[in-house]
Design a protein around this ligand. Sequence first.
Ligand SMILES: Nc1ncnc2c1ncn2[C@@H]1O[C@H](COP(=O)(O)OP(=O)(O)OP(=O)(O)O)[C@@H](O)[C@H]1O
Ligand SMILES: [Mg+2]
Length: 227
Amino acid sequence: MEPLILLEELTKNYDGKVLALDRVSLQVYPGEWVAVMGASGSGKSTLLNMIAALDRPTSGSVWVNGEDVLSLSEEERARFRREKVGLIFQHFYLIPYLTALENVMLAQYFHSMADREEAAQAVHEVGLEQRMSHYPSELSGGEQQRVCIARALINQPKILLADEPTGNLDAENEEIVIAIFRRLHRAGLTLLFVTHDPQIGTQADRIVELEHGRILPTFPAKALRSI
Ligand SMILES: Nc1ncnc2c1ncn2[C@@H]1O[C@H](COP(=O)(O)OP(=O)(O)OP(=O)(O)O)[C@@H](O)[C@H]1O
Ligand SMILES: [Mg+2]
């Protein structure tokens, strides 16, 4: 099987001073759930940004779904982000003057055409059918994150990328959001999450641990579960 994400010798040197990633090679296969963990400053967000084509490495290569991401023009990179990846962040980045439903429809619009029915279905799938016409300020943190999940999934991406998706949630909302991720994983979506959250770490198929921009030897997540 071909990897869905293939990183080879990825290096990122910010301003020629900070070596955030140091020759990182990684393969993620279709349907895998990978948790990227490690201390603050170890390069986790930098790694995610490279895969999402939000930033460029200093050297190395990034292949996603058979596409050489670094060879894409600016316009093609925007298309790549719209079509291939769904993105979820710790801070929600919802548009404050659009409702939950409209925030999801906006992502559709940038992809192709807004479709109210389809967006409503996505909002329903994250359990927010009663909150469709609420504005972000009228939603709890957990509900806002669920809107973000609906928005990330609306264009049927191959891969869901998340940076600390439960970082701002209390235990109850964390459990709700993780249950959604578990369902997506079972449905066959490929998940790559940067997280400090041991709950996510133990549910993933595999943990990739970064230290000073380098990957430590991997071990199966189930080994963690038995500790
Ligand atoms: N735009 C930037 N310019 C310069 N240095 C940066 C930039 N972004 C990140 N860095 C540095 O690169 C290193 C890795 O940062 P990164 O954000 O990837 O860490 P992280 O593992 O996501 O940390 P955290 O868990 O705190 O989010 C850090 O030393 C950080 O200060
Ligand atoms: Mg980070």
